[in-house]
Design a protein around this ligand. Structure first.
Ligand code: NDP
Ligand code: 2IT
Length: 445
């Protein structure tokens, strides 16, 4: 890291003790910014780095609710409104027992640069709760969402802060959250949340957008080497929203997706993942990996080791942060992997990302590769503002155009700064420049 950045990073670490994931995300961006600050001293002069690391507003609140047995439960709710230089705060809500302020801040920080990279008018934010939806009834999830929104509603709005889904928050939760927002405010304000169902204000393609976008980004990276996904073997981790539609798009482009995973282990299906079965098990039945294997003779469940042990040409981590370690990166390299793209946020550890890059692997960082989800959320906001509903084809064309734009912006920026093929540097610098220029224009606020 450039020495001019060290004191700023040290101050961030001192002011935010114990927030490991947040520290990791800041360090990763700072590692890329040395040449930018050398070339453009105005950013340091205006305190842009110090300001960009400090959220504009952080909200932490109690979420009380009553479970099916009549017991009172308490969870903690978060919304970190990180940066609004480019538009209203925008980013998902994560419901997972591991959620604490450090995770919400890492995700919110990443989101600033990701959203900037899309070229759309959206700032960065993130939220969530340590609520664990697993094993909870529909009625419990509804009561939790209603209680969560009973506090959150006063902080959000279509021009202020627009949450969406993330881990543990999908269409069902967005529905319950919107229902409570509408009831409390007495406003049918469609643009306050994205990821809505198409029957009441959502956008076609939003469900598929993150996974599709990750694969489109991968296809763009492969094209720089005269390759395509057609005929390649692909491994995917996770079995949720991003993983499912990454598998769908990879298969559509002629690849064979041979794995998925959840917290119970990973599934290898050498015949290629049966997408309809996976969707039935996960989206309809809310089941586990073993339920898929029980209905699919070509598949086996592995409960030790790592999904990255499976030899593939392309790996798409789509579950959670730090799920692909340096040892995994070495295994992938040994097995001849050509490309890795992050469908999840920060799934590769810093060492893993460096090892893959050094090994000549095409590496698409999450803030570029998974930006199709939030970009399509911005398209949903656009449709809401004009009270319109676009066709699937038109929306998917827009998504594809946006992903090509992000890929090219990253590639060109990396080249301009003397590191051709380094998508990490390209994404960090291109994202930073767009936000930093807006921050300069808006003054010290
Ligand atoms: P889902 O809740 O739909 O799915 C998450 C999947 O990952 C599940 O299969 C889950 O398994 C697994 N998983 C989550 N946490 C862990 C863990 N700690 N250990 C092992 N497995 C885990 O979430 P999404 O698909 O929406 O999100 C996946 C990733 O993509 C996240 O990093 C998210 O931030 C990122 N992302 C999501 C976007 C979106 O639009 N949804 C947009 C951009 C990025 P189990 O059910 O067993 O917990
Ligand atoms: O990490 C992400 O980009 C998301 N979870 C999607 C955010 C959004 O507002 O659609």
């Amino acid at each position: 890291m450039d020495t001019s950045l060290t004191p700023v990073l040290e101050e961030v670490l001192r002011r935010n003790p114990g927030e490991q994931e947040f520290h990791q995300a800041v360090r990763e961006v700072f590692d890329s910014l040395g040449p930018v600050l050398a070339k453009h001293p105005q950013y340091a002069d205006a305190g842009v780095l110090e300001r960009i690391c400090e959220p504009e507003r952080q909200i932490i609140f109690r979420v009380p609710w009553v479970d099916d047995a009549g017991r009172v439960q308490i969870n903690r709710g978060f919304r970190v409104e990180y940066n609004s230089a480019l538009g209203p705060y925008k980013g998902g809500l994560r419901f997972h027992p591991s959620v604490y302020l450090g995770i919400v801040k890492f995700l919110g920080f990443e989101q600033i640069f990701k959203n900037a990279l899309t070229g759309m008018p959206i700032g960065g934010g993130k939220g969530g709760s340590d609520f664990d939806p697993r094993g909870r009834s529909d009625a419990e999830v509804m009561r939790f969402c209603q209680s969560f929104m009973t506090e959150l509603y006063r902080h959000i709005g279509e021009h202020t802060d627009v949450p969406a889904g993330d881990i543990g928050v999908g269409g069902r939760e967005i529905g319950y959250l919107f229902g409570q927002y509408k009831r409390i405010t007495n406003r049918y304000e469609s643009g306050v949340l994205t990821g809505k169902a198409v029957t009441w204000g959502g956008s076609l393609v939003r469900t598929e957008a993150t996974g599709y976008g990750t694969v489109l980004f991968t296809e763009q990276m492969l094209a720089t080497r005269g390759m395509s996904l057609d005929g390649l073997r692909v491994s995917v981790s996770g079995a949720g929203n991003v993983a499912t539609y990454a598998i769908a798009k990879a298969q559509h482009l002629g690849a064979r997706a041979v794995t998925f995973s959840d917290s119970s282990g990973y599934v290898v299906d050498d015949a290629g993942v049966d997408l309809e079965l996976l969707r039935d098990v996960k989206e309809v039945q809310r089941g586990r990996a073993a339920d898929y294997v029980a209905r699919r003779p070509s598949a086996r469940l592995v409960t030790d080791g790592s999904v990255w042990d499976v030899p593939v040409d392309v790996a798409l981590p789509c579950a959670t942060q730090n799920e692909l370690t340096e040892a995994d990166a070495r295994t992938l390299l040994r097995n001849g992997v050509v490309a890795v793209a992050e469908g999840a946020n920060m799934p590769a550890t810093p060492d893993a990302a460096a090892t893959l890059h050094r090994g000549g692997v095409l590496f698409g960082p999450g803030k570029a590769a998974n930006a199709g989800g939030v970009a399509t959320s911005a398209l949903e906001m656009q449709q809401n503002a004009s009270r319109d509903l676009w066709s699937f084809e038109h929306t998917e064309d827009r998504l594809a155009e946006i992903m090509v734009g992000i890929h090219d912006r990253c590639a060109q920026t990396a080249e301009e700064y003397g590191m051709p093929g380094n998508y990490v540097v390209g994404a960090n610098i291109a994202g930073f420049l767009r936000v930093a220029d807006a921050m300069l224009a808006l003054g010290v606020v």
